[in-house]
Design a protein around this ligand. Structure first.
Ligand SMILES: NC(=O)c1ccc[n+]([C@@H]2O[C@H](COP(=O)([O-])OP(=O)(O)OC[C@H]3O[C@@H](n4cnc5c(N)ncnc54)[C@H](OP(=O)(O)O)[C@@H]3O)[C@@H](O)[C@H]2O)c1
Length: 299
């Protein structure tokens, strides 16, 4: 068996490779796709094979996918060129002809929001919807993981470095979301790759989200417990948020991204009662409380 992981040098990719190894997969059966050799050294040191390929270059992908049976296709992080990148990966996978199963990390969206065409994060979900369609049309057996917003996104991007001093300042209103950790999502993807029942997950779409839903107020309460002081959650209006962050010298691309996600959270676009994550993990997903404790307790 050969399993190729794209985006292997990214956070989802590294987590996935760690789970493959800890599940007992022989390092020689794993192939890490990297953009250049220097990024592959960390894997070669563990006996993992590397292949060089770039999502923007279909020929490089055809070469890289030669003989591969399973592929964990981690979506591109390049907002501008995502559609082309994903198209190249799917075309290349089809051309090599050996791929028996492709797992794709897509993005969660609610059907009613998708139909309304009215989401502030449509620029994120659209390329994924296009990729899902292309994968379905490709004839390759697939599993599509409709990943909810990472809990990691809250801590890495939205809360800010000084959250344990200043509390949360983010325009998420009273929105609740079923955020799940990226690590849990990677573990679920690996469980699918390694399931002994080879047919079970073929041509299925799974919602990857938490069972519990949380608000930013909930997060502030948990952070207060962790820090031992009362931390507040403030949801400013959009203009105040934009002006405050701009005044602090935050790049406008980050401000606009935050506003888009803030509005989607206010609109409860990441709140769902559907989830396949616990059954794929065979345990309850990491809760917000556990995640925040792991993230901030060591600081
Ligand atoms: N559900 C969510 O909340 C959420 C949040 C953020 C992102 N995402 C999506 O999930 C993916 C994985 O997340 P992550 O946290 O692991 O992101 P990440 O750490 O930024 O990793 C992205 C990976 O994509 C690779 N990549 C980018 N452009 C490429 C190209 N032209 N050719 C080949 N590889 C390329 C990067 O390669 P290098 O290592 O060479 O840079 C990197 O390994 C992201 O790419 C994004 O599509 C989802």
């Amino acid at each position: 068996m050969s399993i190729l992981v794209t985006g292997s040098n990214g956070k989802f990719g590294k987590n996935s490779i760690e789970f493959l190894l800890s599940s007992g997969v022989d390092a020689k059966s794993i192939i890490a796709l990297v953009r250049d050799e220097s990024k592959g050294k960390q894997f070669q040191e563990k006996g993992i094979n590397i292949r060089i390929g770039d999502y923007s270059n279909e020929e490089s992908l055809i070469k890289a996918f030669e003989g591969v049976e399973k592929i964990l296709f981690i979506s591109s992080s390049d907002f501008e060129n995502r559609i082309e990148h994903h198209n190249n990966v799917i075309k290349a996978a089809k051309k090599v002809g050996t791929i028996k199963h492709m797992i794709y990390t897509s993005f969660f969206r609610k059907e009613e929001v998708e139909k309304s065409g009215n989401s502030s994060v449509a620029f994120v979900s659209k390329p994924h919807i296009i990729a899902e369609d292309l994968i379905e049309q490709s004839g390759i057996n697939y599993t599509i993981l409709q990943n909810i917003l990472y809990t990691d996104f809250l801590t890495d991007l939205f809360f800010g470095e000084k959250v344990l001093e200043n509390g949360i300042f983010f325009p998420a209103g009273n929105g609740i979301g079923n955020y799940a950790s990226r690590k849990d999502m990677a573990e679920a993807a690996v469980n699918i790759l390694l399931d002994e029942d080879k047919q079970k997950h073929l041509n299925k779409k799974y919602v990857i989200s938490n069972e519990e839903s949380s608000s930013f107020e909930d997060a502030a309460k948990i952070l207060s417990d962790i820090s031992g002081k009362t931390l507040s959650y403030t949801s400013p209006d959009i203009a105040t948020f934009e002006n405050t962050l701009a005044g602090l010298g935050v790049p406008s691309v980050y401000i606009q991204l935050s506003v888009a996600f803030g509005l989607a959270i206010q609109n409860n676009e990441f709140n769902t009662s559907k989830t396949d994550l616990s059954s794929l993990l065979k345990r309850k997903p990491t809760t917000l409380k556990q995640f925040l404790n792991e993230t901030y307790k060591k600081q």
